[in-house]
Design a protein around this ligand. Sequence first.
Ligand code: SF4
Length: 474
Amino acid sequence: MHYVGRELNEECAVFGIWGHANAARLTYYGLHSMQHRGQEGAGIAVTDGKRIYDHKGLGLVNDVFDHEKLEQLNKGHAAIGHVRYSTQGGNSYANVQPLVFRSQKDTLSIAHNGNLVNAHKLKGELEERGSIFQTTSDTEVIAHLIKRDFSDNFIESVKHALSVIKGAYALAMLTERQLIAALDPNGLRPLSLGRLGEAWVIASETCAFDLIGATYVRDINPGEILIIDSDGLHSEFYTNHSNPAICSMEYIYFSRPDSNIQGINVHAARKNLGRMLAQEAPVEADVVTGVPDSSISAAIGYAEATGIPYELGMIKNRYVGRTFIQPSQELREQGVKMKLSPVRAIIEGKRVVMVDDSIVRGTTSRRIVGMLRDAGATEVHVRISSPPITHPCFYGIDTSTSSELIAATHSVEEIREEIGADSLVFLGVDGMMKAIGRDPALKNCGQCLACFTGKYPTEIYPDTVLPHEKEMLV
Ligand code: SF4
């Protein structure tokens, strides 16, 4: 189960802190600020320099940690944490991170955001060499690779493991003596470095820094490894083959509007996406409204650029929690709507532009268009602030089969008909890049566009791809 109304779901967020007496407590707050990236599990591992203590569980950060649990953990100077959305390996307790591997010599704890594309292959090879896996998560492969390296130099073993794994990984790792952060050579997922007094902080999103009062220092670079210990912070590149390609959907949809990625504020980027959409697809209408929450910034941009007033045409019910009993199909058909409610006074008798950030299966769009019509909209024009999603993502977003993607099998006109809109326009790929501040003329624009173009920034291994997907790879 995930947040209501989200058709695309992010795999996770990671957090790490070194050099603070309240390491576990700050990790808890950091994870809380990134709860939107994963709601199925949460965990914290902390070290006092002698051993690693951890606690994790299924559910939201608040479900997993209460005051007492946090007090028990709050005894170290360094910690890592993780919130999980399970695209890989399923949603069992064993897969909740950080994963902790204890041996006679030391303990290694790992938190991972992203998805490895060669995990299946590596797992098979490791099993042939005697490894036994306790989880179905691809993250465990990383630990086995590190432990199997048998080098006396732990950091060299980590670097070796990083050179073998392929795909998306923003990693936070903790031993009794070191905090390690690493990013894949494409930097597919965001990972930033911050400072809180003398302490170092790493987080998937900069909104975590704001919440704990830390200052943003810089983004961690593709192919970079940071080692933080009692000697301070040390940076190295474990590969010469980095090729920046951050996930476009981080700007469009996943990240919080108050986060900055590579110096670009997410809210500002989304507003620009809306402005660009207005240039590419203007329409005569009375009001512009955005699907809460992630599309509101783009809707504001669209409204600003067209001069059509922005209105709060839909309200999201914020209190549908994890344990809420969802209405049955029958009750839903009778009109029990838990996610969004239209503001009839705004919608009735109006020609409405409904801005959304993406269309995945089309079911949510169809419901929203129907809801706006039921509320009295005379016309509903749908504008999407991203290009059509035509290809699956193998990097940690749960669109791993194209059969789920309406744009993979339908033309824009067919989608319009399917969702019942008066008109439908998607933002073009070039317009999207320009709106985010990239140059579409560059061969390497710095962004992953694979779900729109089918051009994947990494090799895709046969085991990653379902047989019927293979012909879709460019
Ligand atoms: S394929 Fe799409 S969702 Fe996946 S990393 Fe690339 S841009 Fe992001």
